[in-house]
Design a protein around this ligand. Sequence first.
Ligand code: FAD
Length: 304
Amino acid sequence: MKALLICEYREGKLLDSSYELLAFAGKLGADSAMVLIGDAVNVPRYGGTVYLADAAGYGEYNPDLHKQLVLAAVAQENPDYIVFQHSSYGWDLAPRVAAKLKVAQISEVIGINDDGFEVGCCNAKMRRTVKPAGAKAVLTVQAGAFSVQGEPQGTPNVEKLEIAGTGSVEFVGYEPAEAKGIDLGKAEVIVSAGRGVGKKDNVPVIAALAKALGGELGASRPVVDAGWVEHSHQVGTTGQTVSPKLYVACGISGAIQHLAGMKKSDFVVAINKDKDAPIGDVADVLIVADVMQFVPALTAKLQK
Ligand code: FAD
């Protein structure tokens, strides 16, 4: 079985997500090959084939050009699976490739079992298993779902990817989004509110703990979706990625999409009334308690 991994390369660096694609291929038991598209690419250590498209103008995302380059690699490698990260790059490019190849696409894979690929459903509360009807498929893999076991080693066999022309789309430029709200990426302490805080009126209790610790307020997605906290506070795949010295998760279950945003925190404290909540797997300290009883008591102690 062969998996062609479409790696993301930005500002002179292979994104960590590429190593997660390698971990995914390893779990699948597939031989992997990488596609790297960029401008002045440093090819990483890796013991397999790297299909390299390295030219001026390739560093910026151009959907038509990148699709043609991926299809050129598919033609050479003939993989069973063409695998993207479930990122904005993968969201845009994977369906273009699947449509052109007329093969199935399975999005947001979070696991593999004997019957197929596991994907989330019911707002990620449950998993269902799906498998492609045909022999070939395009997959997107959820960030944080497959653990990286160190950086790859070895010397790659580099195959140059070339296509004629520049594609039907021209990259014009980037415009930075208007800065709104807070930048959690720089915070050393983050105290996040999850659905377990119960209601909007309880959020200030969590914010008070954040303030007492000299930190910022974070939140899980349901808290943001409910309008209790602004989106700029959301941690996770569709929020911010954070790496504070201390992360305190209050009433947060530990869904993959949340963990992907905070798993690089140095020290994680979770407060949850369920001793088996998945957040316990990544927490350095799990406090089994009612968050609305424990947090005010802790804040009062800190304020003394
Ligand atoms: P829940 O999963 O409902 O967990 C609540 C927790 O609180 C439970 O563990 C419960 O035991 C505990 N609890 C309840 N009451 C109390 C109490 N009184 N005291 C102590 N503990 C209590 N989620 C994100 O956070 N960030 C994202 O960026 C994100 N992006 C997503 C993108 C996609 C495409 C999808 C499908 C989902 C995304 N999600 C994201 C949602 C994610 O899958 C989870 O649904 C979400 O993280 C759950 O939030 P939660 O832990 O606050 O709520």
